[in-house]
Design a protein around this ligand. Sequence first.
Ligand SMILES: NC(=O)c1ccc[n+]([C@@H]2O[C@H](COP(=O)([O-])OP(=O)(O)OC[C@H]3O[C@@H](n4cnc5c(N)ncnc54)[C@H](OP(=O)(O)O)[C@@H]3O)[C@@H](O)[C@H]2O)c1
Length: 268
Amino acid sequence: MPLDRVKHGPWAVVTGASSGIGEAFARRLAAEGLSLVLVARREELLLRLADDLRAAHGVEVRAVARELSTDDAVTKLTQAVGDLDIGLVVSNAGTGIPGAFVRSGQQEERAIIRLNVTTPMELARAFGARFAERKAGGLVIVSSAMAFQGTPYMANYAATKAYALVLGESLHEEWKASGVDVLVVAPGATDTPGKDLFPIDYKKLPIKWMQPELVVESALASLGRRPVVVPGARNHLVACLGSGLWTRSRVAALLGEFARRAIPAERL
Ligand SMILES: NC(=O)c1ccc[n+]([C@@H]2O[C@H](COP(=O)([O-])OP(=O)(O)OC[C@H]3O[C@@H](n4cnc5c(N)ncnc54)[C@H](OP(=O)(O)O)[C@@H]3O)[C@@H](O)[C@H]2O)c1
């Protein structure tokens, strides 16, 4: 399904664009003819991707290297793009720390809340106000299949993704009448470089990896049509387990069992 370039263009902002799902969004949106603002910390990756996208699709690209877990991250980002007509924001940058809840550092968990909760909330406020003025726009918030129930040993991460889910569902309804589309994408296991940042023995888990391009495909096919999408039939079924076939607590117990198998003992 092609993107509505009038409503969602001419510029899109993608956070976490240097890798994984964010990079796949950037590549696909450029192929659709949108100009792009690429945001993440690793400037060299952003600059390389910017060159690729300009050469392949003839679009304009601005790389904005930023740490997104600081108090002033969104203020600085909105200043950096104040001159651009932004029609779409993909709020994708996010991370988590697997392991027992009390073992990780308080500062690290706080930074995760800033990156996964506060920054997406502030992005939605800043760009939502602009979209309301132009009576058109789109906001895609990347949550996770972990948002649908408690997830032992990823407790803070799962809670931040539940926030993202409910924020997006709420704004979908609130902004619908003003011509602004809001979509929450809740991916299951996706084969990105991000998964290798964690010392998890994935061979011990019943995972079927999805490619990031398919996550993006599913998101763009759903934008403006529904509030939430869980890409992939298998992931969709698992996400539905807690709200019908099983109870949420039963799904959480199963996820806890899987985590105890795959996370190294010293982190449990
Ligand atoms: N992969 C999965 O299985 C999966 C499943 C469900 C949901 N998700 C969600 O999908 C999103 C993308 O994850 P991914 O799997 O594509 O991971 P990834 O390959 O590690 O990409 C994460 C992106 O976020 C950026 N980022 C991380 N911390 C940042 C910070 N403090 N400030 C600015 N940028 C930061 C990274 O860039 P820099 O390092 O250059 O800053 C990178 O571009 C995340 O929100 C994640 O929670 C992933």
